[in-house]
Design a protein around this ligand. Structure first.
Ligand code: ADP
Ligand code: MG
Length: 692
């Protein structure tokens, strides 16, 4: 065959014969823009045709796969709010009923005569059946294909593309470009872990002759992904280790009084974490530390302690928060204590303008301001510090690497502390934040009330409102959360104002406030203050209060449209209550049909209060990138690997990467040429090496 040289790895997929500009848009939806993306498109799973069962032979409780033709599609209403999509599937050996509950959408998807692949567990109800199995509509061609190879990859599907389209495009791309793929790992590594070469892996990903080959192919690609991720971390860490910072030694002038002024005792966990931070700050090498602890575990006080150590040494400290409300809260609450210590503190956000801004900037520059709280406004070019000793980033997942780096660069190798409420397993954290030291706050402060969560059908809202009324009459305060500010044409969701109206008429005896991101700062600060000092009993809010807000007397939360929120976000929201000694309640109002995945997510949230379990589930549902940081600029994506399931590979890759950088910091040995080539490519893509 004559090689079609017109396609290159970086050609747009629209140039593949039969695709064209219109279909290439569908490819874009599954993240495929160029040929290279297509070749690295990992199948969701594989169907082993030698394992397909004849319907006749299905046994109850078998976990299995069958293929058949649809004979009948029906949608039945069984009870109020429950409906059933039913199909009859036949192959040449027999037929079986397949049922899905509450999936009315499927009725439109299935057509009599279509081929369907069904995978699930056989159960019994008058006859053998599948209930809520996995399904895949497949084409005639795919059925034919089983004659050629017995292992068929199943790719992520999207509207407008059949599996067949994807497979054909991959076949053409492989023929044209497989040779163009360059090895990225030296033999010393591939031999050590018995990994396929990259070419072999890419080929076997799509055309495995045995399932084992497909698994080995994926393993190679996952290792690759982890290895380069870790390699960049290792290089960053190495660079950091060689820097000289400012040794800041605690002398107790401020910290001792600070601890005495606190209305509570530090927990054992807080004391231990503070100790390791203080030890770290004393060193010449700058501190680079992550403090993890679930929402409400008391990270702020730990950070403030460290900030005071820096001030004791005559240096400034800064704390950057992701929202203005949070920065304002830190300032309002903490400046009280700081005043008593005669420490000058200031707030800088982008809402602070004009003369006030100029004075603030001047005080930061002159060093008159010793502790500075603020938002992204702090990293603007204009802002200069006199002598920054410690930089703290609160809710680090809301910032990108670049923004964190920009804050650190306001000083000359200051100590650096990032706070995170995403409690991921320690080993994984160590690996993902391989360039940071890690402290964990495992327990919450004592005497915290329990938090009860309940999904409530909108129709039963009245009963919940009565309950809330009782709580308010006991002096408790209430958050009401709603996902959007204004009514939108495309989304049928309640706006903040609608919810506000509803709440004021349901609770005429209560003072109700409303807060969202479009209010002016002064107004927002005053509303938060009114709520904080108890003049408002109910606060209707958007997610502006999602992170960090701390009002211990607020013990009830009502969430409208919980289906709009992800797990992490729900957990952060719920973290606003349960901060006092009293029992707290979180009610989720559901008022519509939601897809089963969504319902599963909300129910999981209802049943779990442990940030750890929720984070793990969230990582499974959404992938690590989303959770660990919105904009992880500077680190390659982890797209294929699964941090939980591929943990062992992750640790191998980490050890290899760190060992390599230790042995050869510049990665200059000729054996590592292939690694350098890939690093350069990554660097070009993300300008990686400028940060670190
Ligand atoms: P987060 O870790 O979510 O940032 P915060 O630092 O906002 O949590 O602390 C949550 C609440 O717990 C605050 O009201 C804080 O004053 C309180 N708190 C912190 N440490 C203790 C402690 N040792 N004992 C009692 N309450 C504490
Ligand atoms: Mg916090």
């Amino acid at each position: 065959m004559v090689k079609k040289t017109y396609l290159k790895l970086d050609s747009q997929v629209q140039y593949i014969k039969g695709i064209g500009p219109k279909r290439s848009l569908y490819f874009k939806k599954i993240g495929v823009e160029i040929i290279n993306d297509l070749l690295f498109l990992v199948p969701r799973r594989y169907i082993d045709y030698s394992d397909i069962f004849k319907i006749k032979n299905l046994q109850i409780n078998n976990e299995t796969t069958v293929i058949g033709k649809i004979q009948l599609v029906e949608l039945q209403k069984i009870k109020n709010r429950v409906n059933l999509t039913k199909i009859l599937l036949t192959d040449n050996s027999g037929s079986i009923n397949i049922k899905w509950f509450n999936r009315p959408d499927l009725k439109k998807k299935f057509k009599v005569g279509d081929w369907l692949l069904i995978s699930g567990k056989v159960s019994f109800f008058y006859d053998r059946q599948f209930v809520n199995p996995l399904y895949e509509i497949i084409s005639e061609e795919e059925i034919m294909e089983k004659k050629h190879g017995s292992i068929i990859p199943v790719y992520p599907l999207t509207e407008g593309l059949s599996l067949w389209d994807i497979k054909r495009a991959i076949k053409i791309s492989l023929d044209a470009c497989l040779d163009e793929i360059r090895e990225t790992l030296p033999q010393s590594i591939t031999k050590k872990h018995n990994l396929m070469s990259l070419n072999e892996a890419v080929y076997n990903l799509h055309f495995p002759t045995k399932i084992e080959k497909a698994i080995a192919a994926r393993r190679r690609l996952v290792y690759d992904e982890f290895f380069f991720f870790e390699l960049i971390l290792a290089k960053r860490k190495m660079k950091f280790m060689n820097e000289t910072g400012i040794p800041l030694k605690e002398n107790g002038r401020l910290t001792e009084k600070f601890v005495r002024l606190l209305p509570f005792q530090l927990t054992k966990g807080q004391t231990e974490v503070i100790k390791s931070i203080v030890n770290n700050m004393e060193q010449f090498r700058p501190m680079n530390r992550l403090l993890q602890g679930d929402v409400g575990s008391g990270k702020t006080i730990v950070a403030l302690y460290a900030m005071l150590v820096s001030v004791e040494n005559g240096y400034q400290s800064v704390l950057m928060a992701p929202t203005e409300i949070l920065a304002e809260q830190h300032f309002i609450v903490l400046s009280e204590i700081l005043k008593k210590l005669n420490v000058e503190s200031l707030l800088l956000t982008s809402s602070i303008k004009g003369d006030e801004r100029q004075t603030t900037i001047q005080k930061i520059h002159s060093g008159e301001a010793q502790i500075i709280f603020g938002t992204h406004a702090l990293i603007e070019e204009e802002i200069m510090f006199k002598n920054l000793g410690l930089a703290v980033v609160d809710e680090q997942h809301r910032f990108g690497v670049m923004q964190r780096a920009a804050l650190v660069n306001k000083g000359i190798n200051p100590d650096f502390l990032v706070l995170s409420a995403t409690p991921i397993p320690r080993t994984i954290a160590l690996t993902l934040y391989g360039d940071l030291d890690i402290s964990m706050l495992k327990e919450k402060p004592p005497s915290r009330g329990e938090v009860i969560t309940k999904i409530v059908n909108e129709k039963k809202k009245g009963t919940t409102f009565e309950f809330v009324r009782q709580e308010v009459s006991k002096g408790r305060q209430v958050f009401v959360i709603c996902p959007i500010i204004e009514k939108s044409e495309t989304l049928d969701l309640k706006s903040v104002n609608e919810v506000y109206q509803e709440i004021t008429s349901a609770f005429p005896e209560c003072s109700v406030g409303v807060i969202h991101g479009r209010l002016k700062t002064a107004e927002r600060m005053s509303i938060m203050n009114e709520f904080r000092c108890g003049n408002l009993s109910i606060l209707v809010a958007t997610t502006v209060i999602e992170v960090g807000v701390d009002i211990p007397n607020a013990s009830v939360m009502l969430i409208e449209h919980p289906e709009r929120f992800g797990l992490a976000q729900l957990h952060q929201l719920r973290g606003r209550i349960g901060r006092g000694a009293q029992k707290s309640y979180c009610f989720l109002f559901l008022n519509r049909y939601v897809p089963p995945e969504t319902f599963e997510r909300i129910s999981f949230f209802e049943k779990n209060n442990d940030g750890f379990a929720l984070a793990q589930k969230d990582i499974k549902l959404r992938g690590p990138g989303e959770i660990l940081g919105k904009k992880q600029h500077g680190l390659p994506d982890i797209k294929i690997g699964d941090l939980e399931a591929d943990k062992d590979l992750l640790f191998l890759a980490r050890d290899d990467a760190f060992e390599l950088v230790k042995k050869d910091p510049e990665i200059s040995s000729s054996e590592y040429y292939v690694i350098r080539r890939k690093l350069n490519k990554l660097a070009k893509k993300a300008q990686l090496l400028r940060i670190g």
